[in-house]
Design a protein around this ligand. Structure first.
Ligand code: CMC
Length: 435
C-alpha cells in the first residue's frame, strides 16, 4: 500500500504484555487509515465494524468523496466540471484509463465501445422466458449474468486484452439490455442499436423509437440523459461496488461480477431509492400532508424513511443532487411542463426537512435519488426503469473498480470475520431425548 506515514499507534491488550504498533497510512486526500492487517496474527483479535462504516476495504485511485463538505471527484476532476463540460463516454474513458483522452483517443474509444452495442442474437430469446410484467432489474440481473455464457473469448481475467474487451462489451450492451427489458414489457419490437448516434441518444432511441415511425432525439433530453449517466458513473466503495469487488476477489468473471453489482444496487437503501422516492411523493400526495408524513418518519416505532435523504458518506448536500435539481428545471421547461406538482412537492418537502431539527441533528440532506426520479419521469421513463438506468450508468464504475482490484497486488479473496455469539459447543441429542 502506498502512503505510509511516520505516525503509528501502539496498543496493548489489557491484562497481557502483548503489544502491537499499528502504522497509519495516508492517501492523497481524506482521512488516514490504520493498517490493521497484523492485528489477528500478533494479538489474536479482530475488529468489529458492521456496515463497514470505519473500514477502508481497498486502496483506490478512481473516485474521491469528501462527505463533510459535499465533494465528489472522478480521477481528481470535480463532478461539477465533468457535468458541465464532459460527456458520458469521455467520463468512461477517464474512469477506465485515469486521464482525459485527446481527440484521437476519444474517437477511437467511442468507436471501440459502440462497436459492441449489439447483443448476441440468441440473447433475444432469453427475454421470452420472463413474464411481461418482470421488473427490469430482474431482467438485467439475469441477462447480464448470462453474458458470460456468450462471450467465452473475453473471460480470462488475467489477460489485459480480455479485460478491456469485457469492459467495452458491458458498457456498450447495458443500454441495449435495459431498453429491451422495457420493450418486452410493453410488447413493442426490440429496436437494434444505432452506432451513428451518441451513447445517450442511442439509448433514448432504443427505448422510445418504434420501427414504423421516424424518431428524432430531442437534444435537451439526450443532454439530460448524458448528464444523469455522468452523475451516476462511479461513487467509490458503495454497496454495489463493494459487491462487485467481493465477487471479483474470488476470480469470478466480469459479467458475473456486474450481475452481482446489479442485484446489490436494486435495494431501496441504494439504487432502488429513486423508484421509492416517487412512490413516497405519490403517497404524500399534497404539501399539506408533509408534516404528518415527517412525523411518521421520525417515529422510532415506524420503519418509514424519507427516501432520497441521508447518506453514509455525505453529511452535507450531495453534490449530484444539486446538479440534478437544476437539470430537472431545464428539462421540465424544455418539455413545457410548468409547475410540475411532483417537483413542487419534492421542493416543499426538502425545504421543510432541512429546517427540521431531526434532519439537521443527523445531518440528513437530499441525495442524488431525491430529484433523479422526477427528471426521469418527465423524460418519459416508467418508475420501474429508474434503477435500471442507474445500473447502466454505474456499469463503468463497477468495471473500473473491478479492473483496479484485479491489478492490485495486495488484494486477496474478500473474507470478513465475525464475532460468534451462537451456542457454545454441545453434544448431539437423539430425537427421543429431546423435549
Ligand atoms: N429518513 C429518516 N431518518 C433517517 C434517514 C432517512 N432517509 N436516513 C438516516 N436516518 C436516521 C437513522 O434512522 C438514524 O437515526 P438514529 O441516529 O436516531 O438511529 C440516523 O439518521 C443515522 O442513519 P444511519 O441509518 O446510521 O445511516 P446509514 O449510513 O446507515 O444509512 C442510508 C444511509 C442512505 C441507507 C439511509 O440514509 C437511508 O436509508 N436513506 C433513504 C434511502 C436512500 O435515499 N438511499 C439512497 C442513497 S444515495 C444513492 C445510492 O447510494 O444508491
Amino acid at each position: 500500500m502506498s502512503g505510509t506515514t511516520q505516525k503509528t499507534v501502539t496498543i496493548t491488550l489489557d491484562g497481557t504484555n502483548r503489544k502491537l504498533t499499528i502504522p497509519l497510512m495516508s492517501g492523497t486526500a481524506g482521512a488516514d487509515v490504520f493498517d490493521i492487517r497484523k492485528l489477528y496474527n500478533e494479538l489474536g483479535v479482530f475488529t468489529y465494524d458492521p456496515g463497514y462504516g470505519a473500514t477502508a476495504s481497498c486502496e483506490s485511485k478512481v473516485t474521491y468523496i469528501d462527505g463533510d463538505v459535499g465533494i465528489l471527484q472522478y480521477r481528481g476532476y470535480p463532478i461539477e466540471q465533468l457535468a458541465h463540460h464532459s460527456n458520458f463516454l469521455e467520463v468512461c474513458y477517464l474512469l477506465l484509463n485515469g486521464e482525459l483522452p485527446n481527440k484521437a483517443k476519444a474517437d477511437e474509444f467511442t468507436k471501440g465501445v459502440m462497436h459492441h452495442t449489439m447483443l448476441h442474437e440468441q440473447i433475444r430469446s432469453f427475454y421470452n422466458g420472463f413474464r411481461r410484467d418482470a421488473h427490469p432489474m430482474a431482467v438485467m440481473c439475469g441477462v447480464v449474468g448470462a453474458l458470460s455464457a456468450f462471450y467465452h473469448d473475453s473471460l480470462d481475467i488475467n489477460d489485459p486484452e480480455s479485460r478491456r474487451i469485457s469492459a467495452f462489451r458491458l458498457i456498450a450492451k447495458l443500454p441495449t439490455i435495459a431498453a429491451w427489458a422495457h420493450k418486452y414489457t410493453i410488447g413493442q419490437p426490440f429496436m437494434y442499436p444505432r452506432n451513428d448516434l451518441t451513447y445517450a441518444e442511442n439509448f433514448l432511441y432504443m427505448f422510445h423509437a418504434v420501427p414504423t415511425e421516424e424518431y428524432k432525439v430531442n437534444p435537451v433530453l439526450s443532454r439530460a440523459m448524458d448528464l444523469i449517466m455522468i452523475l451516476h458513473a462511479d461513487h467509490e466503495q458503495n454497496a454495489s461496488t463493494s459487491t462487485v469487488r467481493l465477487a471479483g476477489s474470488t476470480g469470478a468473471n466480469p459479467f458475473a461480477c456486474i450481475a452481482a453489482g446489479i442485484a446489490s444496487l436494486w435495494g431501496p437503501a441504494h439504487g432502488g431509492a429513486n423508484e421509492a422516492v416517487l412512490k413516497m411523493l405519490a403517497d404524500i400526495g399534497h404539501v399539506d400532508n408533509i408534516p404528518e408524513f415527517l412525523s411518521e418518519v421520525k417515529d422510532k416505532n415506524n420503519h418509514a424513511k424519507l427516501m432520497g435523504f441521508g447518506h453514509r458518506v455525505y453529511k452535507n448536500y450531495d453534490p449530484r443532487a444539486k446538479i440534478i435539481q437544476q437539470a430537472c428545471h431545464d428539462v421540465l421547461k424544455e418539455l413545457g411542463i410548468e409547475g410540475d406538482p411532483l417537483l413542487d412537492l419534492a421542493m416543499a418537502l426538502e425545504k421543510i426537512a432541512l429546517t427540521d431539527p431531526y434532519f439537521i441533528d443527523r445531518k440528513l440532506y437530499p441525495n442524488v435519488d431525491f430529484y433523479s426520479g422526477i427528471i426521469l419521469k418527465a423524460m418519459g421513463f416508467p418508475t420501474s426503469m429508474f434503477t435500471a438506468l442507474f445500473a447502466l450508468s454505474r456499469t463503468v464504475g463497477w468495471i473500473t473498480q473491478w479492473q483496479e482490484l484485479i491489478q492490485d497486488p495486495e488484494q486477496r479473496i474478500g473474507r470478513p470475520r465475525q464475532i460468534y455469539t451462537g451456542p457454545a459447543e454441545r453434544d448431539y441429542v437423539g430425537m427421543a431425548d429431546r423435549t
